[in-house]
Design a protein around this ligand. Structure first.
Ligand SMILES: [Zn+2]
Length: 267
């Protein structure tokens, strides 16, 4: 958390508000949040925000020169004119008096300044296929190079970018595939189901404003609604909506995974 739909909603809620704003000061409360903290202020102050973009779970704030690359990890939040509190680690002040704050209860998130070349190299090496843009053949090629459990490979950001624990469970349920199913044994029909469900579920969740499980909100402080549509995530012990059987949970790649033992039978 947050995953692709939540990050996309943070960007959509902020892009019109902050584009064109000139950063005149930055209050740094928690320097550890920033990767290149020594020169950060020198690099960022006086730059104008051009636009906001997303790659996988990353937020890219394009500046008049260079970029801010932000990963929210577990509990990071970017809030426009948001409430400053004990979890506020950064505050970007704009020339017109407005501001953007970075709050993070668990402090796992990171903010970096990268020039255009550094950003391109970083994204090309660390961030996999973009679900909304990938075509079936590149999805298949990239995924089938991987070994081990399909759930682990769906969570691997260098394969497909943007899927975390919530959407991996929902995608696997929709595709009728057990989380521990060996990726190399996937049939062509499994791959087609996965490809379609990845794109559809992430798109539907994005339109619904993302999922708010604990405290996710967008850049204006609004919660998402897709949690009401979840079929398996967080529902261990409840009845499967498809067959009525009890949903079970196991650990895969260190993450709790909920699945239906009938609809997602190991073949
Ligand atoms: Zn079922």
């Amino acid at each position: 958390m947050p995953e692709l739909p939540e990050v996309e909603n943070v960007i959509r809620s902020l892009v019109k508000k902050v584009s064109g704003k000139i950063i005149i000061n930055i209050e740094i409360v928690t320097p550890n949040i920033i990767y290149n903290r020594m020169e950060f202020k020198d690099l960022v102050i006086s730059k104008t925000i051009v636009t906001l973009l997303r790659r996988g779970k990353y937020i890219i704030i394009k500046l008049s020169e260079g970029n801010l690359l932000i990963h929210l990890r577990m509990t990071g939040k970017l809030l426009y004119n948001g409430e400053v509190n004990k979890h506020t680690h950064l505050r970007f002040k704009f020339l017109d008096g407005d501001y953007l704050i970075y709050n993070d209860v668990r402090k796992f998130g990171r903010v970096s300044y990268l020039n255009n070349d550094e950003l391109e190299v970083y994204l090309n090496t660390k961030v996999g296929l973009e679900p909304g843009l990938m075509v079936f053949d590149e999805f298949k090629d990239k995924l089938m190079k991987k070994t081990g459990a399909i759930k682990k490979n769906l969570l691997d950001q260098t394969v497909i970018a943007g899927i975390g624990n919530i959407y991996a469970d929902e995608i696997l349920f929709a595709s009728g595939i057990h989380p521990l199913f060996e990726t190399k044994n996937l049939l062509e029909s499994d791959l087609e189901n996965l490809y379609n469900n990845i794109r559809e579920i992430l798109e539907e969740a994005t339109i619904a404003g993302g999922s708010t499980i604990r405290d996710y909100v967008n850049g204006e402080g609004a919660a998402g609604a897709y949690q009401d549509t979840h079929k398996v995530y967080g529902k261990s012990g409840k009845e499967c909506i498809s067959c009525g059987c009890k949903l079970e949970k196991i650990k895969v790649a260190g993450r709790t995974s909920v699945f239906c033992p009938i609809c997602q039978r190991i073949r």
